[in-house]
Design a protein around this ligand. Structure first.
Ligand code: 5GP
Ligand code: MG
Ligand code: MG
Length: 180
């Protein structure tokens, strides 16, 4: 599996450091606010596990599966709720944890949905941000790394369901796409 990677962009150590720094900021910002921390499945699951262990104040966790991508690397522009939250967001201070913001379509829809359900506030924490690719206005409050316009995998991010378990973020070799 490691042989499929052209280059490592962010190592486990770099991601750990970023999670510690973001966790400190999040702790200060959400102290006493009992935030509902929402993991956007499945891509954010590894980052979520890291981030919440760096939040040193009371919080609750929930999970949602929203999809804007099929099996391809090109956005379909369509957002579906595959798994909804268990907990009500009404009056809650929400922190969405995401793997990557690309066009912004997924998060723009999600933020709108949660605000429509009367969340008191909605903030976004993303491991990766590709600001150059934005189609919808989405401004994440906490960003791990700004990434170049390349399709990345690992640390939760997949290509056709694979590579989520890589302990780093990397760029796939072109022949992997070409062989499909
Ligand atoms: P957006 O709606 O912002 O265009 O897309 C967000 C979702 O698309 C992400 O949560 C992720 O699942 C997928 N995505 C966008 N860019 C990449 C990428 O470079 N690599 C991978 N593996 N998924 C991506
Ligand atoms: Mg995602
Ligand atoms: Mg995906």
């Amino acid at each position: 599996m490691n042989n499929d990677i052209k280059a490592v962009l962010y190592s486990k150590e770099q991601i750990d450091e970023v999670a510690r720094n973001l966790g400190e900021r999040i702790t200060k910002d959400f102290e006493g606010k009992n935030p509902l921390v929402i993991c956007v499945l499945k891509g954010a699951v590894l980052f979520m596990a890291d981030i919440v262990r760096q939040i040193d104040t009371y919080c609750e966790l929930d999970f949602m599966d929203v999809s804007s991508y099929g099996n391809n690397t090109v956005s379909s522009g369509e957002v579906k709720i595959i798994k909804d939250l268990d907990v009500s967001v009404k009056g809650r201070n929400v922190l969405i944890v995401e793997d990557i913001i690309d066009t912004g379509r997924t998060l723009a829809s999600l933020v709108e949905l949660l605000k429509g359900r009367d969340a008191a506030s909605v903030k976004i924490c993303t491991l990766l941000d590709k600001p150059d690719r934005r189609v919808k206005t989405v401004k994440p409050d906490y960003v791990g790394f700004e990434v170049p316009n390349e399709f990345v995998v690992g640390y939760g991010l997949d290509f056709q369901g694979h590579y989520r378990n890589l302990p780093y973020v990397g760029i796939l070799k072109p022949e992997i796409y070409e062989n499909i």
